[in-house]
Design a protein around this ligand. Structure first.
Ligand code: NIG
Ligand code: FE
Length: 409
């Protein structure tokens, strides 16, 4: 049995209510058994069986559910700082990609990297994220783009999940772009994704989701529909990179397929918003990518007003979002996307968990959920996301155990 007590404000982030309803409890305590939350309430009501010898003391601070980063491209070789400079000097993301840079250059470096190198980097990133309060991370493949490397990346994610303590959910993004060696025979590449990558991923249970980058420079709507339908038939939930650089009907397709999420959506159309509202698909906003690529922000207010749940994630990758700082993404969601701190927090907890199919296991502080928490050095969510600091997280707890990284990250 474990206990977290002396919580000034506990944002339970239970799913019911609207985007901004984070269901705050004052002067609260949380008790767990075998890593699973058993009791949540006002500390004065704590049942005697949970009065343990050495509880964790939150010091009157704000406690939130362990944060969920529901969209990352965690494993990749190299970085692309040269392109950062080129974009500042005026080159566009697409021009750089057409000239052989962009995703293709990371693919070459990822294929050349050893498992050991990739694992070491992923472990470092996950440790840094834990230090910020992030306890669950979705990880996409997509920098292999051949069968061996795609499966290799997914197996690395499985291993990271087994190692813990961060909870890892893997997504097959074999359809990130058409790799250079298939440039003149893209149909063959789509057939490879459908005919081999998806079946082998499903057979080895290496991923929960299949994702496609729908964009002029990547895959068409029809290709995405074929790939995601075959993924669904194999048991992989659907996700899309949609309407990022151009408005291409990706949100509408996500709704048509009953996708778990449609991500990016900077350029979502009115029809796309209406379609998503009826479908229960989560809109995943990625404000770091919008910021780095100077895209207009996702229209969060219109989505929320239409009843679409909006998650916030980092999109951590070496091109469009070279940072895994989820709290920074949350502050940007407030300023650029005009989400309130409470709305942003719900978007990085229970709504993010829903985007990766884990809403029954993580994302809120309720009995039955994993005992994952972030203890933040702030009195409330407004102060937390307004007074941005490198790290306001004082302690991260995963499955009832405090994380080693918390003190020094
Ligand atoms: O989510 N949009 C496509 N994929 C990534 C960028 C990948 C890259 O530039 O390496 C994204 O923004
Ligand atoms: Fe992405």
């Amino acid at each position: 049995v474990g206990l977290l007590r002396n919580i000034g404000k506990l944002a339970t982030c239970r799913p019911e209510g609207g985007q901004g309803d984070i269901h705050l409890l004052r002067d609260a305590a949380v008790a767990w058994r075998d890593g699973t939350i058993a009791w949540v309430g006002a500390e004065r009501d704590l049942p005697p069986e949970y009065r343990v010898e050495a509880p964790i003391d939150a010091g009157g601070a704000l406690v939130v559910p362990g944060l969920v980063d529901c969209h990352t491209h965690l494993a990749f070789g190299g970085w692309r700082a040269d392109e950062f400079e080129q974009r500042i000097l005026g080159a566009s993301y697409l021009e750089i990609a057409t000239a052989g840079g962009g995703i293709a250059s990371t693919v070459a470096k990822t294929r050349a990297a050893t498992d050991g190198e990739l694992l070491a980097r992923c472990r470092m990133h996950l440790a840094g994220m834990r230090g910020l309060g992030v306890t669950t991370v979705e990880c996409k493949s997509g920098y292999g783009l051949d069968i061996d490397t795609e499966l290799r990346l997914l197996r690395l994610y499985r291993r990271l999940g087994e190692e813990g303590p961060t909870r890892v959910v893997a997504t097959l993004l074999g359809a990130h772009v058409v790799p250079p060696e298939y440039r003149d025979r893209r149909e063959e590449y789509v057939d490879l994704v459908i005919g081999e990558m998806i079946p082998r991923t499903a057979r080895e249970a290496l991923a929960a989701f299949c994702d496609v980058f729908v964009e002029e420079s990547a895959f068409t709507l029809d290709e995405a529909r074929r790939i995601l339908r075959s993924g669904q038939a194999a048991g992989l939930g659907a996700k899309l990179h949609a309407d990022q650089l151009s408005s291409g009907g990706g949100a509408e397709l996500a709704a048509e397929l009953g996708a778990a999420s449609a991500d990016h959506l900077e350029r979502i159309s009115d029809g796309g918003i209406a379609a998503m509202a009826g479908a229960g698909t989560v809109a995943v906003s990625l404000p770091l990518a919008s910021l780095y690529l100077c895209q207009p922000p996702l229209p969060a207010r219109r989505l929320i007003e239409a009843g679409v749940p909006v998650a916030v994630a980092t999109d951590f990758n070496p091109g469009s979002a070279p940072s895994w700082h989820l709290p920074l993404a949350l502050t940007l969601a407030c300023t650029l996307q005009r989400m309130t701190p409470a709305e942003a927090l719900k978007g990085a907890t229970i709504i993010a968990a829903r985007a990766i199919g884990l809403e029954r296991e993580v994302g809120s502080v309720e009995p039955g959920k994993r005992a994952d928490f972030a203890i933040l050095d702030a009195p409330d969510p407004n102060q937390w996301l307004y007074h941005f600091r490198p790290n306001a997280c004082r302690l991260t707890v995963l499955g009832g155990t405090p994380s080693r990284e918390s003190a020094d990250a």
